[in-house]
Design a protein around this ligand. Structure first.
Ligand code: HEC
Length: 291
């Protein structure tokens, strides 16, 4: 039942420009309606791609039947994953002491596990991301925070933390009313059309998942946050192979000729929360390889 109505709404969004993505959502969300949204979103993909198990969605577009022909390349590439050297470098950077002799582990021993991020903080009504926590750790130890939060060293450090939780299913807590507000904001962003081409995230990654756009097969929105940061062949050609999830959001916004928002700003943090909540139950797989 959920599946059909979600599909119907996605179709309606496509034709009528409606922005609400999830069935029957005139009223504000509650933890119960969030649970229904998860069931509807995951149910939609289950019906659409019955051959793909929920846990497999952390392999992104590679799991879709429409990608089967290219999958072989990816499988071969994974025998000697090009991200290995970056992962190793990140581990070294992670354990290199700061000027005061401490390391990231002195901060991270108090962090939540990676599979529960983004984490809502009631006192500041804000979301904690791993990127934000890494920079907060640097500052707390008298080091300069990293300005580039999209690729390079930041991406390597996020990988160094997240890889410890590979296999752990995403499980973000949105029980606090303040967290639900952030969730609503992310959901609205996801289902709102924008840019000169007038596309929402859902138009491409829900409604059109599996179809081709300019030579790319569109991944399912399900699983989106679980492999990030990723190593992307296309990005490697430009000399910056790694990217955080917010780097990817910026790229997707620009594809539809919409302006992108700042990485680690409220819009993308809310979007990350919404996508992560939709991924409830999918194991982390960091880093991942993408075309
Ligand atoms: C015009 C279609 C289009 C729109 C609209 C779009 N994307 Fe994408 N997106 C792509 C393409 C193409 C790719 C690369 C292939 C793939 O993995 O889907 C991609 C990839 C991604 C990925 C990487 C998936 C992975 O596992 O590597 C994420 C995450 C993502 N998009 C999120 C979003 C979000 C959030 C929005 C809305 C702000 C959005 N996209 C809007 C076309 C689009």
């Amino acid at each position: 039942m959920h599946n059909l109505s979600l599909a119907a709404v996605a179709a309606a969004a496509l034709t009528a420009g409606t922005l609400l993505g999830v069935p029957g959502k005139a009223a504000a969300d509650t933890p119960e309606s969030v649970a229904q949204d998860i069931a509807a979103f995951q149910g939609y993909f289950k019906e659409r791609f019955p051959e793909v198990a929920l846990e497999e969605y952390n392999d992104g577009v590679n799991v879709l039947p429409q990608y089967a022909e290219r999958r072989e390349n990816w499988v071969l590439l994974m025998e000697f994953p090009p991200y290995e050297e970056h992962v190793e470098k990140g581990r070294e950077e992670w354990s290199t002491p700061f000027a005061n002799g401490k390391t990231f582990d002195d901060c991270a021993k108090d962090w939540p596990p990676a599979n529960v991020y983004p984490v809502y903080v009631a006192e500041s009504d804000d979301l904690r991301t791993i990127v934000g926590d890494i920079n907060a750790c640097l500052e707390a130890n008298g080091e300069e925070p990293l300005k580039n939060v999209n690729n390079g060293k930041m991406a390597r450090l996020v990988i160094a933390y997240k890889e410890r939780f590979n296999g752990e299913p995403v499980n973000v807590d949105v029980s606090h009313p303040g967290a639900v507000k952030w969730y609503e904001k992310g959901k609205e962003f996801y289902w709102t059309k924008r840019g000169q081409l007038n596309f929402s995230c859902a138009d491409c990654h829900v409604h059109s998942a599996g179809q081709s756009v300019r030579g790319d097969v569109l991944s399912a929105g399900l699983g989106h946050t679980t492999g990030f940061p990723v190593y992307r062949t296309k990005w490697a050609l430009g000399g910056k192979p790694l990217g955080t999830i917010h780097r990817r959001y910026g790229g997707c916004n620009r594809q539809v000729r919409a302006s992108s928002f700042s990485s680690q700003g409220p819009e993308y943090k809310a979007l990350e929360l919404y996508e992560a909540v939709m991924n409830t139950g999918i194991p982390l797989k960091v880093p991942s390889q993408r075309q």
